[in-house]
Ligand binder design. Structure first.
Ligand code: CAA
Length: 257
């Protein structure tokens, strides 16, 4: 499929998606979200892909939902067009997605990064939910996910004032897993993705599902869910290979079965 707003590559077992609307700082319009969903679908069903990296440009991961596209909307149009629902495809993808963020991740850009499984930030990254300055509010999970990541006080301040946080503050407050020099961002994200893609894919997917369950349920239910998946890993050839290889002091050869 030819894409106009993203670039899509396979690098070994890693699927790399680069948001590519430079003139609009990667603002997320309906076309971009539709192309992103299609690319994610194709990586999800491609057995050779074990991990996905989602990135933007040096200046912007994404500066938010496309304001020019939304500006003429009234309530019925906004409700009927259901602009945001297709974004959820990012959070429902079953394979791990790493957001590699440099520059602005604002509004829907910050929300898109938070839909991924973890965020690696360049030291140039800036995160914010500035929707309040436009007379609206976060519409793609910002009030919910940011609050879970950084706690009520900081999320409330960011959503109510539109203040941006830099990469260091984002790391301190748990929004991003690590900060790296901007020049190393893609290389570091690819290294992490290649590492994940070399593990057993079914076990990677079960692990992702289990960590995500922590956001959706009570501790007791989450632990029960984790235990079921832990037991399920013993039904894979990869568990047998991984433990045997450890005992035989050799590298495991996972077959993703
Ligand atoms: N939508 C549409 N176009 C955007 C955009 C957006 N979110 N962000 C930037 N652009 C466009 C600008 O309009 C400009 O286009 P023109 O050259 O045609 O004028 C181009 O990108 C470059 O932007 P700037 O000239 O503004 O660049 P800057 O370096 O001076 O400022 C910035 C950068 C601080 C990120 C600024 O562009 C900005 O504030 N952008 C808007 C951020 C924002 O409010 N995001 C939230 C959007 S609403 C949302 O996301 C809702 C939701 O939760 C789903």
């Amino acid at each position: 499929m030819g894409y106009e707003t993203i670039r899509v590559e396979k690098r070994g077992k890693v699927g790399l998606i680069t948001l590519d609307r430079p003139k609009a700082l990667n603002a997320l319009n309906a076309q971009l979200i539709s192309e992103l969903s299609a690319a994610l679908d194709s990586f999800e069903t491609d057995d050779r892909i074990g991990c996905i990296v989602l990135t933007g440009s040096e200046k912007a991961f994404a500066a938010g939902a496309d304001i020019k596209e939304m500006q003429p909307f009234d309530y019925p149009k906004s409700y009927m067009s259901d602009l945001i629902t297709p974004w959820e495809r990012v959070s429902t993808n079953r394979k791990p997605i790493i957001a590699a963020v440099a520059g602005y991740a604002l509004g829907g850009g910050c929300e898109l990064a938070m839909m991924c499984d973890f965020i690696l930030a360049a030291d140039t990254a800036k995160f914010g939910q500035p929707e309040i300055t436009l007379g609206t509010m976060p519409g793609s999970g910002g009030t919910q996910r940011l609050t879970r990541f950084v706690g009520k006080s900081k999320a409330m301040e960011m959503c109510l004032t539109g203040r941006m946080m830099d990469a260091q503050e984002a790391e301190r407050s748990g929004l991003v897993s690590r900060v790296v020099p901007a020049d190393d961002l893609l290389e570091e994200a690819m290294k992490a993705a290649e590492k994940i893609a070399d593990f057993s894919l079914p076990v990677v997917m079960m692990t992702k599902e289990s960590v995500n369950r922590a956001y959706e349920t009570t501790l007791a239910e989450g632990i029960r869910f984790e235990r079921r998946l832990f037991h399920a890993t013993f039904g894979t050839e990869d568990q047998s290979e991984g433990m045997t290889a450890f005992i035989e002091k050799r590298a495991p050869q996972f077959r993703n079965k």
